[in-house]
Design a protein around this ligand. Sequence first.
Ligand code: ADP
Ligand code: MG
Ligand code: MG
Length: 252
Amino acid sequence: GSTLVIKDLHVAIEDKEIIKGLDLEIKPGEFHAVMGPNGAGKSTLASAIMGHPKYEITSGTVTMDGKDVLEMEVDERAKAGLFLAMQYPSEISGVTNADFLRSAINAKREEGNEIPLMQFIKKLDKSMEYLEMDLNMAQRYLNEGFSGGEKKRNEILQLMMLEPSIAILDEIDSGLDIDALKVVSKGINAMRSNDFSCLIITHYQRLLNYITPDFVHVMIQGRIVKSGGPELAQRLEAEGYDWIKKELGIED
Ligand code: ADP
Ligand code: MG
Ligand code: MG
């Protein structure tokens, strides 16, 4: 497993500060949820960690097992074991889903140590079956014409195939019907081990009925303002975010 440490992170978009001093430590095997109202900066946090060029880290550090993540190229971050599921996964035309997965797996392995084709196919079939996916999805072009639910399910397939040590899942639950939500949760829960930790970013508590986080953090206006256990998510579902704002004297 790996440890991700974020210290006093500040992130700006087009000179506007969005993340205003954020601290978070994720240890091997831990599931953390970050919840917060729209516009709090949750997606900005995910994108900044993954190195999206639009997001400028103005100060602070992000390390993985002591190594500076912010110094790494985007592909090096993936190779180091970080995984990001995007809120809006993009289409890559001309590349089948299976080809994409195989090259992504091989990109993480040493040259000359590529995954044997049969081993890849077996793992792919097994994972797709587990996620109740139509096997034809493997031969379709990545995300092209995928429904919202198929894209999300496909991201969990990527997660299971790539076996990252730390995953950041941004609104993996948005737009899912209850059956798709259950399958997506099943896939994430199947990853639970000491070698895997995850940061689940969500606006709604619903997903956390199926995936029990070890820690819940509330993000408001670019900062984590409160942390607790799963019961915190339940209180947010019942009462919204206003009581926290009131408690901490945060103005809208
Ligand atoms: P959340 O995911 O919590 O809803 P975001 O991180 O998407 O919040 O957005 C935080 C703030 O940053 C919002 O005020 C949003 O308008 C702004 N923002 C996010 N992405 C961009 C962008 N690409 N360009 C300009 N402003 C952005
Ligand atoms: Mg600060
Ligand atoms: Mg968002």
